[in-house]
Design a protein around this ligand. Structure first.
Ligand SMILES: Nc1ncnc2c1ncn2[C@@H]1O[C@H](COP(=O)(O)OP(=O)(O)OP(=O)(O)O)[C@@H](O)[C@H]1O
Length: 662
């Protein structure tokens, strides 16, 4: 934000002082009532403010002229208060540059200190503040540091006079110009201060070191131009519109308040200066002349519009005040004048200069410290890049999280393996219990048989001695028979079932039907072994060609029963009979339900089971005939009791296959 405004000018008319009164001086200035206007002789000048001699009281200078500049300082604007006037006109008195720190001195600078630290208290929660002070003087056209540590060391030794003397021999400070055109002082002390008292101590130290001397016009005449500079850096820390700049950087403001107490213009004839004082006076006047020329150049509207030259470089004073006059600053000039008629000519000159200064236009801008702001942005960028680097290196929280997840996965994999092992163990246990359940079922069947026998009127002794034992042994024999059949199937080389194999190979399968049973012709061409390892298809080309299509379909159907399943069916027929007391014929549907869980892979229909049973019956009949005839020559009637049981199971034409062993 740029603010173009003229230098504001106030006139401070001190009262007549004792020497003037003693000399019978009278007031040569009058102030227009309720107007910032002064009259001197035939001249009338209007200013922004007029203090003293019936104008505003001097105590109001701070509130009217300086407080707004302190306010601007906190907003980031540079500001200058410049006291100008002839020697003895009250500049030092007005500025308070003769500050001793004991509370006896007033003036603008002590009020500024008070005001600044009062504002610091109210803004410290929203801003980080850094306050520095510097104090320099321009003495005989050289710049000196009034806060130089050598001076302060001498002051501690209570050698004020020596300090001032030493100050004269100090090395001057060089003025430097920055790339942006700003003016800096190389190596000047910029003391950081935290409190008003601290700042006051630096003001007092510098005031004591400042070159003063006694003249006829002023017993404590300032022989140098003094500039007390307060630098305020602020970083907004509260949220809000001022917290960040448009480019996203932090809002860091850096502004300076220059408080200038000029040496007074003087006439050697009146001051009585000679020798050293005369030389001082010449330098003072030279600097003030340069200032006057700058003010004239800036104050002349025509020259200003033409872009005329402003002679800032003609003196150190004007170089240092370059920004304050016609530059980046809000400036108030306080023209101090003596009302004594003896000083009327000097006062008129001062008033003329002051009036001209009112035409000076300044362009104040808020000073955001570009270097600091840029540094802050770069620091933020570095932090961001460091965070990213840590992430990609794997040092970040995300990497740790990834490692934790990997660890969890490995733990879950171990847990999964353990659960699989446990599942396997439980399967084994389950099979064990299934076997025990089966044994229990057999036991239960045995007891059912005993109960039925008892119901049929048999004594327990008989049952125990005969029936029970016989049935149990019968079951065992039946099981043995089935095993034997398996054995026969594997070992027999006799062709006793089928003579029609075209390749002459003898079938090992005792369950194959004979060739003369047309209903079982499909069994002639299929030989399915118990384990499936010897599965072979004995299909002759001739037989295949001779088979009608309907029979072929039937053959396919019969393949759904493996040889193992055939044995299971035989076994279950017996079990079904013993447990239910029924034959499969009586309850084919019930038998199928009983059978299906045992031959789950097939899931045969009732018709398929029925057909299979018919085939099995014929096979067993054949086998039994062969065994009985071939081995023992016995007739099945030899075993009438068992035969009856077998008939119950199979039906009327049942046989006793297990009897073949004799
Ligand atoms: N408003 C005032 N009321 C009373 N006394 C004043 C006032 N202003 C200045 N004086 C007195 O006038 C004398 C000269 O003042 P001061 O030293 O401030 O003048 P100066 O302009 O700084 O002079 P120089 O340029 O020689 O340093 C001092 O004795 C001071 O006490």
């Amino acid at each position: 934000m740029e603010s173009t405004e003229c230098v504001r000018v106030a006139v401070n008319i001190r009262p007549l002082i004792t020497p003037e009164l003693l000399n019978g001086c009278t007031d040569c200035i009058t102030v227009a009532p309720k107007e910032p206007q002064v009259h001197i002789g035939s001249h009338t000048f209007t200013y922004d403010f007029v203090y003293g001699n019936a104008g505003y009281p001097c105590s109001e200078i701070y509130n009217h002229c300086v407080a707004p500049l302190v306010d601007a300082l906190f907003k980031g604007y540079n500001a200058t208060v410049l006291a100008y006037g002839q020697t003895g006109s009250g500049k030092t008195y007005t500025m308070g540059t003769n500050y001793s720190g004991d509370g006896t001195n007033g003036g603008i600078i002590p009020n500024v200190m008070e005001d600044i630290f009062r504002r610091v208290e109210t803004t410290k929660d929203s801003s980080e503040l850094l306050i520095r002070v510097s104090f320099i003087e321009i003495f005989k056209e050289e710049v000196f540091d009034l806060l130089d540590s050598n001076s302060s060391a001498l002051l501690k030794n209570d050698s004020c006079v020596q300090a001032k003397h030493t100050a004269l021999s100090r090395a001057p400070i060089q003025i430097r110009e920055t790339a942006s055109g700003g003016i800096t002082l190389a190596g000047v002390t910029e003391a950081e201060v935290q409190t008003k008292e601290e700042m006051g101590s630096y003001l007092a130290q510098g005031s004591l070191c400042r070159a003063t001397g006694s003249t006829n016009m002023n017993s404590q005449s300032s022989r140098s131009h003094a500039i007390f500079t307060i630098t305020l850096e602020q970083k907004k820390i509260a949220s809000g519109s001022c917290a960040t700049t448009e480019d996203g950087g932090e809002d860091i403001l850096c502004a300076k308040l220059h408080l200038v107490d000029l040496a007074g213009s003087e006439r050697a004839k009146r001051t009585g200066a000679d020798g050293m004082r005369l030389k001082e006076g010449i330098h003072i006047n030279k600097g003030l002349l340069a200032l006057g020329n700058v003010i004239s150049a800036l104050g002349d509207e025509k020259k200003r519009k033409e872009g005329g030259h402003v002679p800032y470089r003609d003196s150190k004073l004007t170089r240092l005040l370059q920004d304050s006059l016609g530059g980046n600053s809000k400036t108030v000039m306080i023209a101090c004048v003596s009302p004594a008629d003896t000083n009327a000519e000097e006062t008129l000159n001062t008033l003329k200069y002051a009036n001209r200064a009112r035409n000076i236009q300044n362009k104040a801008v808020i000073n955001r410290d570009p270097a600091t702001a840029q540094m802050q942005r770069m620091r933020s960028k570095i932090e961001q890049l460091q965070t990213e680097l840590l992430f990609y290196r794997g040092d970040s929280g995300a990497f740790d999280e990834l490692q934790i997840l990997k660890h969890k996965i490995s733990l879950l994999e171990v847990s999964n393996r353990e659960l699989q092992n446990e599942l396997q163990e439980r399967r084994v246990t389950s099979e064990h219990f299934s076997k025990r359940a089966y044994d229990a079922q057999v036991e239960k069947d045995k007891h059912i048989m005993i109960i039925e026998s008892v119901r049929n009127g048999k004594s327990l002794d008989e049952i125990e001695s005969c029936q029970s034992e016989k049935y149990v042994s019968k079951i065992q024999e039946l099981e043995g028979e089935l095993l034997h059949i398996k054995s026969l199937k594997k070992t027999s080389n006799h062709q006793y079932l089928d003579d029609s194999y075209d390749d002459g190979t003898r079938s090992n399968n005792v369950l194959l039907p004979s060739s003369n049973e047309s209903s079982d012709c499909e069994d002639k061409v299929i030989d399915v072994t118990v384990k499936g390892t010897l599965e072979r298809k004995k299909v002759t080309k001739q037989a295949r060609l001779s088979k009608p299509k309907g029979k072929k379909n039937k053959l396919v159907k019969d393949r759904i029963f493996s040889e193992d399943q055939s044995l299971v069916i035989l076994q279950e027929i017996i079990t079904f009979h013993l447990v239910k007391g029924k034959t499969y014929k009586d309850d084919l549907s019930g038998f199928c339900d009983h059978l299906k869980p045992k031959i789950i892979p097939c899931q045969p229909t009732e018709a398929q089971v029925k057909e299979k049973i018919m085939n099995l019956r014929k096979k067993y009949k054949k086998v039994t005939s062969f065994v009985t005839r071939g081995e023992n020559g016995e007739d099945e009637s030899v075993y009438p009791q068992d035969f009856q049981l077998w008939k119950q199971i199979w039906g009327d034409d049942g046989i006793l296959p297990y009897k073949r062993r004799g």
